[in-house]
Structures are given as structure tokens and as C-alpha cells.
Design a protein around this ligand. Structure first.
Ligand SMILES: *Cc1c(COP(=O)(O)O)cnc(C)c1O
Length: 387
């Protein structure tokens, strides 16, 4: 039975296992390795062994990469130490000095900074496009445009992009499509099947799932396999056996966790939509959301991350609300089992909304949805009391 016949939940459970090579142990153990010994001089000189050097790969990284490749339907996956690292790796795999890259205006802030600073220093120029551009991306493509970098929905503003349309136009001009797919993961948005060439994931978030590992990966189709492999190797990227182990362990339960994040996130979003303190909820699975039709067409689910714009309040009221919350931690990152809340950070060239009230980003964790709602309710009462 090939993994093509299996549903993604089954693939997430079975792919990448190496039990028969590890005494039947279900999970591939943590390999901490730099040196790998070769049995003979001939094999050493021919580098003729399955593993050659810790940085190049161990059973721990191979198990994780193979599991992800099956889930992504990819020709190859390369793991690295963070999601940002993965985004940079994808860009450097296709762009060289003199090339141009189009980047969605709602991308993850540090990706944007890389494009504006270090990439620029190496002769790669970036222009930022409206995430809702769709087919009109054609007007921005230059003769030296080598890549279009997407992120859908954006993790601060939650616009859904028409990835198949953007991919069709980009490919017609010979440009590669790179996508940061951290919000949906390959379970809820099969990026490579939708026209993406480089599927980028901050596995730090939902794949790790427990707020205790930093790791990223890039998956590619056959066309870009060699470019990715060479760039990864020459940059010296890798991830430790411990981190690969944690990420693979997280992957095994991701389907059930994501289903719950989806359900709780949507429950909170609907409840918040009906609150008088809330101006607007940014969540593509809500029927009223501008991105809903595209989300419904292309996605298989929603994660637990969404935004709200409050009606205007002063700083004291906002602090009273945030500080009163007991079940929502205040901190960056997301995708773990725990609920979080932070003020949204706009790194865009044009502020799309939030002119009036503050915009907050919520991560719905795996707590009971009723408890999460009760916590918001008591915090809104504190906000009103601070008026
Ligand atoms: C967190 C995040 C990243 C970066 O991942 P790290 O592992 O923290 O480097 C990239 N993209 C998005 C959308 C993220 O939320």
C-alpha cells in the first residue's frame, strides 16, 4: 500500500518509522552524532555508507524528513534549525545576485527583514505585493523575477491568498512559488498539490506542538530537489537529533490536535463576533470573512490562530483586559497546546485595518472551550471596570 492511497492522518501516524532497524522500538531513537565511523579505508574514501557525518543526516533527521516528505507529497524535505531558517533556505535555493523576488506584504516579519537587509546585501531585490492580488501578480513580474513568496493566511492579518492563481502566473514566467504554510500545515493546506514548489514550515509551531522545540523544514517537488539539497548542504544547515525526535513525536498527534484547535478557535471566534467590545474578527473559517470563499475552496481546516480588532479603548483598559486573562499566556510563537494572546504586529507597508481599536492575536489552545470563553468574559468585565 503506497502512502498515496492513505489519508493524511494515517500517513502522519505511520510515515518515517524505522522500527525494524531499531529492535522493533516504535520511535526512531535520538541520535546525537558528529563522527560516523567507516569500516574500511575504501568505504571512507568513497564515502560509501548510509550515514556519513552528523550534519549531513542521521536516522533521527532521516525519519523526520521522510515522514514529512510523505505527508507533503514531496520529492525531498530538508530539516533545519528554525522556521525562519527554512524561509531563508528556500529563498537562497532559487535566488542569486541580480535576481528579484516578489514577497507577500503580510509575510512573517523576520522573513521581510531578511529580504530587505541580508538578501539585499547579496544582490537580491525584493518587492512586496498585496496578498489579495491573485492573478494580477503578473503586472509585478520582471524578467529577473525568480521567485514569488506567499504566506496564507498571513499570521497577523489572516488574508487568504489565491495560491493556485498566483502559481499559474508565476510558473508561466518561469518563477518558483515559495510558501510559508505554517498556519495550515500540510494537513489543512496541501501546498505542493496547490501549485507551490517550496513548502516552508515553522515546525516549531503545530508540528512540535508543545512549545518546547525550534525547528523548520522545506519540502520541494522534483524540479527543485537538487537546488534545495545543495543549498542546504553548503549553508551547513541541520537540526539536532533531539529536535528531530521531538518534532516527529509531535507530528504523530498533530491530526487530533489540529482538529481540536480548529474547533475551539472557531468557537471562540463566533463568541467574540457577538461581543459588543469587538469590532471585527479575522478568521477565514467564518462565513463573513472576506477570505472565506478561497479558504473553503482550498483548505481542509483552520488552525487555532486568528485575530480580533477591538472597538476603541484606552491603554489602561487594554492592559486591564490582557492582565486579567488567566488561561491565555502573553508570549510569542503559537501552535503549542496552550492558549496565547498578544497585540498583533503589523510589518506591512500599508496598515490594512485597526485604525480604530487595538488588534489582538489569539491562539486557541487545547483547554476546554467553555473555560476559555469564561476567562475572556471576566477579562472584558475588567476592561469595562477600567473605563
Ligand atoms: C514563527 C513563524 C516563523 C518562524 O519560525 P521559527 O521557528 O520561530 O523561526 C515563520 N513563519 C511564521 C508564519 C511563523 O509564525
Amino acid at each position: 500500500m503506497s502512502s498515496k492511497d492513505l489519508k493524511p492522518d494515517t500517513v502522519a501516524t505511520h510515515a518515517g518509522r524505522m522500527s525494524s532497524e531499531h529492535f522493533g522500538v516504535v520511535n526512531t531513537p535520538v541520535y546525537r552524532a558528529s563522527t560516523i565511523l567507516y569500516p574500511t579505508l575504501e568505504k571512507l574514501e568513497a564515502r560509501d555508507t548510509r550515514y556519513r557525518y552528523g550534519r549531513i543526516g542521521t536516522p533521527s533527521s532521516e525519519s523526520f524528513e521522510n515522514a514529512i516528505s510523505e505527508l507533503e507529497g514531496a520529492a525531498r524535505t530538508m530539516v533545519c534549525t528554525s522556521g525562519l531558517n527554512a524561509a531563508v533556505l528556500a529563498i537562497l535555493s532559487v535566488c542569486s545576485a541580480g535576481d528579484h523576488i516578489l514577497v507577500t506584504d503580510n509575510c512573517y516579519g523576520p522573513t521581510r527583514i531578511f529580504c530587505r537587509q541580508t538578501a539585499k546585501r547579496f544582490g537580491i531585490t525584493a518587492d512586496f505585493f498585496d496578498p489579495l492580488i491573485g492573478r494580477d501578480i503578473a503586472a509585478h513580474i520582471k524578467p529577473n523575477t525568480k521567485a514569488v513568496f506567499c504566506e496564507s493566511p498571513g499570521s497577523q492579518t489572516f488574508e487568504v491568498q489565491d495560491i493556485p492563481a498566483i502559481a499559474e502566473v508565476a510558473h508561466a514566467h518561469g518563477a518558483a512559488v515559495l510558501m510559508d504554510n505554517t498556519w495550515a500545515t500540510p494537513l489543512f493546506f496541501p501546498a505542493l498539490q496547490r501549485g507551490v514548489d517550496f513548502s516552508i514550515q515553522a515546525a516549531t509551531k503545530y508540528i512540535g506542538g508543545h512549545a518546547d522545540v525550534m525547528i523548520g523544514y522545506v519540502s520541494v517537488n522534483e524540479q527543485y530537489r537538487e537546488k534545495l539539497e545543495h543549498t542546504h548542504d553548503e549553508l551547513g544547515l541541520y537540526a539536532s537529533g533531539d529536535d528531530c525526535y521531538l518534532a516527529l513525536r509531535g507530528l504523530r498527534t498533530m491530526p487530533v490536535r489540529l482538529a481540536r484547535h480548529h474547533e475551539t478557535g472557531l468557537t471562540l471566534a463566533r463568541w467574540l463576533q457577538a461581543r459588543p467590545e469587538v469590532e471585527r474578527v479575522l478568521h477565514p473559517a467564518l462565513e463573513s470573512d472576506p477570505g472565506h470563499a478561497l479558504w473553503k475552496r482550498d483548505f481542509k481546516g483552520a488552525s487555532g490562530l486568528f485575530g480580533i480588532e477591538l472597538k476603541p479603548v484606552n491603554d489602561k483598559q487594554l492592559a486591564a483586559f490582557m492582565n486579567a486573562l488567566k488561561l491565555y499566556g502573553m508570549g510569542y510563537s503559537w501552535g503549542g497546546y496552550e492558549s496565547l494572546i498578544v497585540p498583533a504586529h503589523f510589518t506591512r507597508s500599508a496598515r490594512p485595518f485597526g485604525e480604530m481599536g487595538p488588534v489582538l492575536r489569539i491562539h486557541a489552545g487545547l483547554e476546554d472551550a467553555g473555560d476559555l470563553i469564561a476567562d475572556l468574559e471576566q477579562a472584558f468585565a475588567q476592561m469595562q471596570a477600567a473605563a
